[in-house]
Write a new protein. Structure first.
Lengths: 206, 259
């Protein structure tokens, strides 16, 4: 997940004047990064949508017939097109039906692997099945990831806050003394920030 | 709760030193006095690579986007050491000193301007307003910002709460809002309808609309200049390519024919 924001490095947002190319990277991460996969969300909701009188399983069977020999992404797009044609209503699926869907899709992936070349289906099948699993079982987690700030931005903020608070600590110490409870509170806050930074560095190193 | 002894607080130069007057000479004297106190309109800049430097204002409404506000909230909480959702004057000073090129006096003025409830602390609302002002200044969107947010800006400048602004108020915050001396004179000459050398909100609003029109005309003029420059460049390129295409042999034959 944390790798995904880094992929947005290639995009340029153009919010400021030229001449800041090296530091635009972090800005690009924040302004253009999409932590979750919107395509997946749309696709799965389309899969979840059901017109009146038809079951999800029949729909997925029809979808499998349509996408024989097609790329995985193209098959998701086909589902989206069908949504427009059939005017699906948006409904929430039970976990049971979602699991059923997952199993059927996995089996369809298997059939794809048998029929098509390995190079065409190897990467999409593993990615898509992984995506389905993570979406269905860890929705709350992925919602939280979607709302979180990018890590480079958090690092930048914490580094800057640390520098500011260190200077403030010196002013506190000289103004009201080392033993004042506000000075101690500030000191504890600075130590907490440093510990958080060290943890992150430790985790990224390993 | 203010636990700091009085000597710990940094007090700004009070606007009450300046008294209202009706003569032009005293008007200019006041401006000179403001300058003497070190309130020159040096160009304020955000430090490159700082967190604020990465934020940007929406060009139409001159406000931050929701994402930027979310990041700003987290940043504010990192600085909110005492868990009161506020920054005291010491934290505020070190923050501004770290991320901008403002001097100590200017930072004090900004603090007193934002501390409108006189609590000695700045809450997130005031912090957000300050960030928007700094970004507008950095991106040269002052006219647009003042136009879009004329009421809050007027209330900030109205230090005494008299619902009127004098020239000294404007000049004191020149480093934030970049109103030049000549513009200030024009402002009071053209928009002081009541003639009391003070601007009420309506007069101020007229001024913001006028300066916005001027800003848009300047933008148009700059765009047209750029277009003309591009045209000239294209013409130059064509001429040069035409000259290059003329090979030495052809030029020799041309000369021979003319002979």
């Amino acid at each position: 997940m944390e790798d995904k924001p880094l992929k947005a490095l290639d995009k340029s947002s153009g919010h400021r004047a030229s001449g800041k190319s090296s530091q635009q990277d972090i800005r690009n991460l924040w302004t253009t990064a999409t932590l979750s996969q919107p395509k997946l969300n749309v696709a799965l909701s389309d899969v979840c949508e059901d017109s009146e009188g038809s079951s999800v399983s029949s729909r997925t069977r029809q979808w499998r017939k349509q996408t024989a020999g097609h790329d995985w992404d193209a098959s998701w797009e086909a589902l989206e097109d069908r949504k427009d044609k059939d005017s699906f209503k948006q409904e929430e699926l039970d976990e049971h039906s979602l699991l059923e869907l997952e199993m059927r899709l996995d089996s369809s992936v298997g059939s794809h692997v048998e029929d098509d070349d390995e190079s065409r289906t190897e990467k999409p099948s593993s990615v898509s099945s992984f995506n389905i699993v993570k979406h269905t079982h860890h929705r709350a987690y992925w919602m939280e990831q979607h709302n979180r700030l990018p890590l480079p931005l958090i690092e930048l903020m914490e580094n800057e806050a640390l520098e500011i608070l260190t200077k403030a600590f010196r002013s506190y110490r000289s103004g009201i003394g080392r033993d004042h409870f506000l000075t101690k509170q500030l000191q504890r806050h600075i130590e907490g920030l440093k510990r958080r930074q060290n943890k992150r560095l430790h985790v990224s190193a390993h | 709760m203010d636990c700091f002894p009085p000597c710990f607080k940094i007090f700004a130069i009070r606007a009450s030193l300046f008294q209202h007057s009706s003569s032009e000479a005293e008007f200019s004297l006041r401006l000179q006095a403001a300058r003497a106190f070190g309130l020159k309109s040096a160009r304020m800049k955000l430090k490159e690579g700082s967190f604020l430097w990465y934020l940007y204002l929406d060009k139409l409404y001159c406000l931050l986007s929701v994402r930027n506000v979310k990041a700003l909230v987290d940043y504010f909480h990192l600085l909110d050491v005492h868990r009161k959702n506020t920054l005291n004057d010491v934290l505020f000073y070190h923050f501004l000193h770290h991320v901008t090129t403002l001097t100590r006096r200017q930072i004090n003025i900004v603090f007193n301007m934002l501390d409108w409830s006189a609590m000695g602390e700045i809450g997130f609302d005031q912090f957000y307003m300050l960030v928007c002002i700094l970004l507008a200044r950095e991106n040269q969107l002052e006219e647009q910002f003042i136009f879009r947010h004329s009421r809050p800006v007027f209330e900030l400048l109205d230090l005494d709460g008299e619902l009127k602004i004098g020239a000294d108020n404007f000049h004191m915050y020149n480093f934030l809002f970049n109103i030049k001396r000549q513009e200030l004179r024009e402002l009071y000459h053209d928009f002081d309808i009541t003639g009391d050398r003070l601007l009420n909100y309506k007069e101020f609003k007229l001024f913001t609309m006028f300066s916005m029109d001027k800003y848009q005309e300047r933008q148009k003029a700059e765009k047209e200049k750029e277009k003309d420059k591009d045209k000239d460049k294209v013409l130059l390129k064509k001429k040069r390519s035409h000259q290059v295409n003329m090979s030495p042999n052809t030029s020799f034959w041309n000369k021979w024919i003319r002979k």
